[in-house]
Design a protein around this ligand. Structure first.
Ligand SMILES: *Cc1c(COP(=O)(O)O)cnc(C)c1O
Length: 381
């Protein structure tokens, strides 16, 4: 049986059916070597020279991700931020790029700071409205349209297929931060995207014990080679052990993500009309803006992330977060344990995030326990 012709859950569970040829081990070995033997005739027939460029342990994670995202290739990085910034730095100073107003905070901060100083013309728009996006692209000048869907921390939805069409008509590439959707729920390349970003720190690894990032490309073209060269020369490579843990984590992706979706959907429904909650932000609610698009482009669930806007503003939100007992008060997301955070406190001074917003990453605990804990925390707010 060719593991590439089975359903994605089967391909992930068996990490593409990979077997170690020398030992017949069914789990891949971890290769920590930094360098590879040169042949006596001065060639490198192994195809590998030095570990900043080549590492067989990366190749397994990259092959699995390429397969799950229907891509032509993938590259593992030391973090999601390293992967994302490598894409922007593969552009040229002076290039116009579009990014969303609502997006992962650290990348927004980097785009408005470092990337702008470096010479990129960064424009933040609301891509959830295709008309706004179509007006913002500058044919021949815009080189990259960057979107994130669902987007941190309000989980608004951008129509990937519509964004791809708009970007391509203007001669730009479309990159999608699909960290929240994961390849389980959405395959952006199949919808027309050119590049997909994952913070592998989150769902792909899934156990809050690896920092890593990944890019997947639709085409092995000149831009992809610039990105690969950016990783090799900039040195933003993942550690070998991290790459190994990531493959191990991805084997359970198709069990973890649907479970997180079910939990988030239940929690969102429970608090949708709660006396202490001003709004529940979750694309799985029929009342959510973007629900129809999400229902079309997300298969099998709406993700494990939601936010609650607490009545009583910032003080009430922080007070509620202070009282949780089962949820862990911590940043990050996509792990097996549920996390809660007052997002504006993390983002700091220029954050556009509402001050009454608590961001929830739903893990694998029983949803009833998670609801009960939030209920007791809110009861006293
Ligand atoms: C965490 C995150 C990133 C950045 O990834 P790191 O691995 O922390 O560098 C980018 N995008 C989204 C949506 C994230 O949640």
């Amino acid at each position: 049986m060719d593991p590439k012709h089975v359903k994605p859950a089967s391909a992930a569970a068996q990490a593409l059916g990979w077997i170690d040829e020398t030992t017949r081990a069914i789990s891949p070995p971890l290769q920590p070597a930094t360098t590879y033997l040169r042949d006596p005739d001065n060639q490198f027939r192994s195809g590998r020279v030095y570990a900043r460029a080549d590492n067989p342990t990366f190749e397994q994670a990259e092959a699995l991700l390429t397969h799950l995202e229907h891509g032509a290739g993938a590259a593992l990085f030391s973090s999601g931020m390293a992967a994302a910034t490598t894409v922007f730095m593969a552009l040229n100073p002076g290039d116009h790029v579009i990014a969303p107003k609502v997006m992962y905070w650290a990348l927004r901060h980097w785009l408005l700071g470092f990337a702008t100083q470096w010479g990129l013309k960064v424009e933040l728009v609301d891509p959830t409205n295709p008309t706004t996006l179509a007006r913002a692209v500058q044919p021949g000048k815009t080189r990259l349209v960057w979107i994130e869907t669902p987007a941190n921390p309000t989980w608004v939805i951008t129509d990937i297929a519509a964004a791809a069409e708009i970007a391509h008509q203007a001669g730009a590439r479309l990159a999608v931060d699909s960290t929240i959707a994961t390849p389980v729920l959405t395959q952006p390349i199949a919808l027309g995207a050119d590049l997909v970003l994952h913070s592998a720190t989150k769902y792909l690894n899934g156990h809050s014990d690896v920092v890593a990032g990944a890019l997947v490309t639709a085409k092995d073209d000149e831009f992809w080679q610039r990105i690969k060269a950016g990783r090799k020369n900039g040195g933003a490579i993942a550690g070998t052990f991290e790459a190994w843990l990531l493959v191990r984590g991805m084997r359970t992706l198709f069990v973890r993500v649907p479970a997180a979706c079910r939990g988030a959907q239940k929690i969102a429904g429970h608090f949708a009309s709660h006396p202490r909650i001003a709004a529940v932000l979750y694309p799985g609610l029929a009342t959510a803006l973007g629900h129809a698009v999400a229902a079309r482009q997300m298969k099998g669930g709406f993700g494990g992330m939601l936010s609650l806007r607490v009545k009583g503003g910032e003080a009430a939100a922080i007070a509620a977060a202070a009282r949780v007992q089962l949820w862990k008060r911590a940043t990050s997301l996509g792990g097996v344990e549920s996390l809660i955070e007052h997002r504006a406190s993390v983002e700091g001074a220029n954050s556009p995030t509402p001050a009454d917003l608590l961001r929830l990453s739903v893990g694998l605990e029983d949803a009833d326990d998670l609801i009960a804990d939030l209920e007791q925390a809110l009861a006293q707010a």
